[in-house]
Design a protein. Structure first.
Length: 109
């Protein structure tokens, strides 16, 4: 694995977000479209490959950790404006979240 510098790490804008809405992306077993709240950064949409493990209904209201400054990307016609963070093993993705609830948009250091 290649090492990155501390200055490279500081370029990442990691934030806490709250999931407001979640829907499966039509035509995909894996993709879920999320509407999230990121505090002062406002609302935005993420598209994540978590649909094999998570039903959209159970995601609503959960806090997650996101990369807020990732360049937007289209996935199956839907723009993803960031990326959620998840651990992944043979059972699939596991969302990363704060241990206790914090204000949406809180930076992660």
């Amino acid at each position: 694995m290649d090492a990155i510098t501390y200055d490279d790490f500081k370029k990442l804008d990691l934030r806490v977000a709250k999931i407001l809405e979640a829907q499966r992306v039509e035509g995909s077993d894996k993709l879920v479209r999320l509407q999230i709240e990121v505090g002062e950064l406002g609302e935005r949409q993420l598209v994540a490959g978590i649909g094999t493990v998570y039903e959209p209904a159970i995601l609503i209201g959960k806090q997650i950790v996101i990369v807020a400054n990732l360049e937007p990307r289209k996935l199956m016609g839907h723009e993803s404006q960031g990326m959620l963070l998840a651990a992944s093993d043979e059972l699939g993705p596991v969302l990363l979240a704060p241990e206790s609830e914090v204000k949406e948009g809180t930076p992660i250091k």
